[in-house]
Design a protein around this ligand. Structure first.
Ligand code: EPU
Length: 414
């Protein structure tokens, strides 16, 4: 079993370069399955990305990967996803809309991904039915067929994946589709940008997205937006270690809410077009209450990392997790390090800052929970061993190299 060995107590300082966004590249690679040819740049090397490229290859696509650029040439000869690869990632569900819209049929499997409580795909399937698809489930196969027609869809809950799936399906539907109550995450805008660059006609105004019929399918080159959760995670690591970092290649506009929270803890943060500078004090203040909500508010994907930071801040914070019913698996691990965290319910937690955290043997059970453990371990006294690195490499490109360059003491042991 591989693990990270982290010697805590070093202040992070220097520069960190942000990679392309995991949650933008995955839908865009699914979109490439409905497009003739694209060159996609600033692709992060993550296990979810290599699994998605393998899904595309198994569908028959020609893929050329060089450095952080991937060229896709569409020669698809199958519309059935690979079962085992699909089950490794939640985002495999995005091939549903992309392939169904383009080819009139697709066979998918229940997707995998982080175990954060119930993560059904009922609304994805319902949305495809609204566009005219017929759906049958035979054993593990979910078979969807139909010539799609544009329509008005009002989402019953705000969902990033469902919004993306409808866009991916609707670009090849007959007529116009309107999504009401859509998600507004920047990754959705990056998907829209890629699709429009290749000839689609999509506009978003607040939480309404209009997808017009368009037969164009042009070659396009697209650069993936910076990863806002990776950016927020490094801000958290700097805050937790009393560090001073220049975070480069970021988009400060995407993480205004996160920046405002770290400022409340006492950090000084300055931004320009693509750099965020953070100077953290040796003692942080807590924040009375934080609630995870869809963009533009506090993202659930930063909840565990913020909890790790607040574990050593002065005062108490109530954290409400409203997106996922079981995004709490990092809590027992933080408690092992000496954190004072009460689970009022499985989605409401009270974090009271302690003077110090102590290194321990820790188990990452999901991606962001794993990032929280790395954050806590960097700020703790003594050595920590973090197992479950396979979860963390799903979302953080070159984590050890980036942290080491900024003075963190971390090693990956295979
Ligand atoms: N939901 C349903 N039925 C559905 C779809 C969603 O009940 O058919 C529920 C979910 O269970 C959840 C809520 O709707 O309670 C919102 O989930 P959403 O669909 O927005 O999440 P997602 O698209 O599956 C993406 C990110 C997640 C991120 C969430 C929320 C990708 C590949 N994943 O997931 O990222 O937490 O949006 O912002 O874009 C991560 O990066 O660590 C991660 C988990």
């Amino acid at each position: 079993m591989s693990c990270y060995i982290i010697e805590g107590g070093s202040r992070l300082s220097g520069e960190v370069q942000i990679s392309g966004a995991k949650n933008a590249v995955l839908p865009i690679l699914a979109a490439a399955a409905a497009r003739k040819e694209s060159k996609i740049k600033n692709i992060p090397f993550l296990s979810d990305v290599s699994n998605t490229l393998r899904i595309l290859e198994k569908l028959g696509m020609d893929i050329k990967a060089e450095n952080n650029t991937v060229t896709t040439l569409n020669n698809i000869n199958s519309t059935e996803l690979d079962r085992d690869l699909s089950r490794k990632m939640r985002s495999s569900v995005l091939f549903l809309g992309a392939l169904l819209g383009k080819y009139g049929e697709v066979t998918i499997y229940e997707p995998g991904g982080c175990q954060l409580g119930q993560r059904p795909i009922d609304i994805h399937l319902w949305a495809m039915e609204q566009l005219g698809a017929e759906i049958k489930q035979i054993d593990e196969r979910i078979i969807c067929k139909g010539k799609l027609k544009g329509t008005d869809i009002t989402l019953p809950i705000i969902s990033v994946g469902v919004t993306e799936n409808i866009i991916l399906a609707a670009i090849n539907a007959k007529g116009t589709t309107i999504i009401n109550n859509s998600a507004m995450e920047p990754e959705i805008d990056d998907l829209i940008k890629y699709l429009n660059e290749s000839g689609s006609k999509i506009t978003r105004r607040n939480n309404t997205i209009i997808i017009e019929e368009s037969a164009s399918d042009n070659y396009c080159e697209h650069s993936i937006m910076p990863d806002r959760i990776e950016t927020g995670t490094y801000l958290g690591m700097a805050a937790a270690t009393g560090g001073e970092l220049f975070i480069k290649g970021a988009d400060p506009g995407h993480i205004k809410f996160i920046i405002s929270l770290f400022e409340k803890t006492g950090c000084i943060i300055k931004t320009d077009f693509s750099t965020i500078y953070i100077d953290a004090p040796s003692k942080l203040y807590s924040i009375p209450e934080v609630t995870t909500r869809p963009y533009p508010y506090f993202p659930t994907d930063m909840q565990p990392q913020l909890m790790a930071v607040l574990s050593k801040a002065e005062g108490s914070c109530i954290i409400n997790e409203t997106l996922f019913s079981a995004r709490n698996k990092h809590i027992p691990e933080l408690i092992k390090m000496g954190a004072d965290i009460k689970e009022i319910t499985s989605s409401q937690f009270e974090v009271t800052g302690v003077k110090k955290l102590i290194g321990a043997e820790l188990y990452a059970k999901d991606l962001r929970g794993g990032a929280a453990l790395v954050t806590a371990a960097l700020s703790a006294e003594g050595e920590s061993r973090i197992y479950g690195t396979e979860h963390i490499i799903r979302g953080y490109e070159a984590l050890c190299a980036k942290l080491t360059a900024a003075g963190g003491k971390i090693k990956l042991i295979k």
